[in-house]
Design a binder for this molecule. Structure first.
Ligand code: NAD
Length: 261
């Protein structure tokens, strides 16, 4: 069978997609022909303008739906409101950096809810739609920190390891169906989430920006280069093609060699 990369007629829901990796993936999926549903917890003109911009740039349907991914009911409602879900990209995520004894319990709870439990709720709501449509792709945005650890990021690392486990279970529960579930594990991608960590890291290490980026943040990324949101989008498109129909329950690292160390 010829391998096609067109996503015409598919609907993709991307959680946490009004910035960063989620927005980058939404743009690339739309470029490949998918109708896209953008999401975050806000409901600003800018959010809806992003959807309008994607629709007009790529001639697809693009909508923005507000839903707070820290709340299970809202995660499920996002999928129901979208009305179709051929491609589910679980991307919403937050970060907090502190040693375990000082790690605020409410930050732990929020990170587990947004970075891990949201993917359970959206997947639970999306799988029946994929089964009805006879095709589906679940793509969870985990992290190099879903496969390895670093100090001071306990909740994030626990959540991302959990996402990898959820991915494997989703794959096994859908293994005999035309549905796959995989996790993309990015290394450092320059987005607002990473930008917001730079001042804390500069303070913690008493270094200037360039030094902290190369020697601390990219210390474990052998390429010494940030990955890009377009590369995340391209990897997601690959997972949606027929070439990837037998790729399920695994992780794809896009990390400049981080996990090879
Ligand atoms: P970002 O801060 O630019 O994007 C996070 C997105 O999640 C935003 O759209 C934000 O609005 C949304 N979000 C946050 N809380 C939400 C909530 N309660 N409900 C709905 N949406 C919510 O960050 P990013 O770097 O683009 O991160 C996206 C994903 O990629 C995250 O899961 C992150 O852990 C993962 N990741 C990022 C990197 C990196 O280097 N940037 C590396 C590995 C993994």
């Amino acid at each position: 069978m010829a391998i096609t990369t067109s996503l015409d007629g598919k609907t993709a829901i991307i959680t946490g997609s009004n910035s960063g990796i989620g927005l980058g993936i939404a743009r690339e999926l739309a470029r490949a022909g998918a109708d896209v549903v953008l999401n975050s917890f806000t409901d600003n003109e800018d959010d809806h303008a992003l959807a309008a911009e994607i629709a007009s740039a790529h001639g697809v349907t693009a909508r923005y739906i507000k839903a707070d991914m820290s709340k299970g009911d809202a995660c499920r409602a996002l999928i129901e409101q979208a009305g179709a879900c051929d491609i589910l990209i679980n991307n919403a995520g937050i970060q907090h950096v502190a040693p375990i004894p000082d790690f605020p319990a409410e930050k732990w709870d929020a990170i587990i809810a947004i970075n891990l439990s949201s993917a359970f709720h959206t997947t639970a709501a999306a799988l029946p739609m994929m089964r009805k449509a006879g095709w589906g792709r679940v793509i969870n945005i985990a992290s190099a920190h879903g496969l390895t650890a670093s100090p001071y990021k306990s909740a994030y690392i626990a959540a991302k390891h959990g996402v990898v486990g959820l991915t494997k279970t989703t794959a096994l529960e859908t293994a005999e169906e035309p549905i796959t579930a995989n996790a993309i594990c990015p290394g450092y991608v320059l987005t607002p989430l990473v930008e917001s960590q730079i001042p804390d890291q500069m303070k913690a290490h008493d270094m200037d920006r360039d030094t902290v980026v190369r020697e601390v943040m990219l210390a474990r990324q052998p390429s010494k280069d940030f990955a890009t949101v377009e590369q995340m989008g391209g990897t997601a498109i690959f997972l949606c093609t027929d070439a990837a129909a037998q790729i399920t329950g695994t992780t794809i690292s896009v990390d400049g060699g981080w996990t090879a160390l």
